[in-house]
Ligand binder design. Structure first.
Ligand SMILES: *Cc1c(COP(=O)(O)O)cnc(C)c1O
Length: 412
């Protein structure tokens, strides 16, 4: 295969398909009434969205822009799962009127619903409600926020959940038929999902909910050695849910993001320069921390190195090489490569498991978006070309006089 210009992302279609299949099989075997909502925010690369859509996933969106993107990519309103604190009223109404999945997150949304329901008195609306609850207490040390509360949904412990439910139950043509329980955890453990399923039962019993769906949200592990995979979660989830629900009456909704797309995605970069400054060897690469860790939270990376000439065994071993990105920010240092063969320009560093929260968080900083290829059999198919300054300029207005000058000089 010819060598492509780096940097670029590659999505291995067979690996992606394998993960999707693993998820479906595991859901079918354990709770054969389920829906998969693909988390747009994790990676809404249009090709990826079209892949999961073709396989039957709904669109899980958390803003008007994501909603509009889903519509643009062929989703109908009834195929949308609308979550999060930042919906627009227009899209909120469209999704509800079409019978999509609406998980309420705020008092504002309850007001919108109250208005909509009175405008359409002969129509019946079903909604879900996002519960905010103390998962840390059930799984000490495992949640993202620890002792501090999460920010989303209606809090169970302070009575806001009960209050929201009371308000909704007073609207004659509205029923609360879904529970949304997404919670982010550091551990992504099976135990987290056991606790979330237990919470679904607890809420069902305490408030006598009649639920057509329980939505566990996302946050699963996938493609990480020694960590859980889909088949580890759903037997446990089903064991807990079956104490209060049956697949006949209640659908299980999952909203995977990173677990589905992590393993299949790599980012290929090249060394373009090395330099010694005081005691440090810097290895400059055409991939940046902004491409794969824009929020600057990763402490380690999975990667492998493709050495050019000479072979790795013939190179001196250096105590430390600081692998860095191309940007002019000092913080753009990706990892410390220790007691390893010296790297030279032309060597390639390939980062693994980089499907989630990478492309979707990539800033337009110094270099524009890198291209994305899909590996199908042995071919690489480009599914997004490299972004150019033209892509960057689109939608902008220049000073009129300057723009006229540029256009005239171009003609001349
Ligand atoms: C972020 C998010 C997801 C996906 O999370 P992953 O960790 O990528 O699986 C699903 N549902 C909601 C509501 C989210 O906010």
């Amino acid at each position: 295969m010819e060598k492509l210009q780096t940097p670029y992302f590659v999505i291995d279609e067979a690996v992606l398909a394998g993960y999707y299949q693993m998820l479906e099989n595991s859901l079918r075997q354990n709770w054969n009434n389920y829906l998969i909502g693909y988390s747009f925010k994790t990676n809404s690369l249009p090709w990826l969205v079209s892949f999961v859509k073709k396989n039957g996933a709904l669109a899980e969106v958390v803003s008007e822009d994501e909603y509009l993107l889903a519509r643009r990519l062929g989703y109908e309103d009834r195929e949308i799962i609308y979550n999060g604190p930042y919906k627009s009223e227009a899209s909120f109404r469209s999704v509800l009127l079409a019978g999509g999945y609406m998980n309420l997150d705020s008092g504002q949304e309850i007001s919108w619903l109250t208005g909509l329901a009175s405008e359409y008195p002969s129509k019946h609306f079903t909604v879900g409600i996002r519960a905010n609850f103390d998962l840390e207490k059930r799984c000490p040390g495992e949640t993202t926020m620890g002792e501090v509360s999460g920010r989303f949904g209606f809090c169970y412990e302070t009575g806001k959940f009960a209050e929201a439910l009371r308000t909704l139950r007073e609207i004659p043509n509205v029923s609360v038929s879904g529970l949304h329980l997404h919670s982010s955890s550091k551990s992504r453990s099976v135990n987290i999902f056991r606790s979330i399923a237990q919470m679904a039962c607890q809420l069902q019993q305490e408030f006598q909910l009649s639920l057509s769906y329980v939505d566990l949200g996302g946050g699963y592990c996938g493609g990480m050695e020694g960590r859980p995979e889909y088949p580890d979660y759903f037997p446990v989830v089903a064991e807990e849910l079956s104490k209060c629900f049956t697949p006949d009456q209640t659908k299980l909704i999952v909203e995977p993001g990173i677990s589905l797309i992590s393993k299949c995605t790599t980012f290929v970069t090249s060394v373009f320069d090395t330099r010694d400054i005081r005691k440090t060897r810097y290895v400059m690469t055409d991939g940046s921390r902004f491409n794969i860790d824009a929020t600057m939270i990763k402490t380690s990376h999975l990667f492998h190195i493709l050495h050019g000439e000479p072979a790795a065994a013939e190179r001196p071993v250096l105590p430390q090489q600081v692998i860095s990105g191309y940007t002019c920010m000092e913080c753009d240092r990706i990892f410390s490569y220790e007691n390893r063969p010296e790297l030279f320009p032309g060597d390639r560093i390939v980062y693994e498991n980089v499907g989630g929260y990478t492309m979707s968080l990539n800033p337009l900083f110094i270099q524009y978006f890198p291209p994305v290829y899909v590996r199908r059999n042995d071919a690489l198919i480009q599914v997004r070309r490299k972004w150019t300054p033209e892509d960057y300029i689109q939608g902008s207005v220049l000073d009129q006089e300057e723009e006229r000058k540029i256009q005239n000089e171009r003609k001349a």
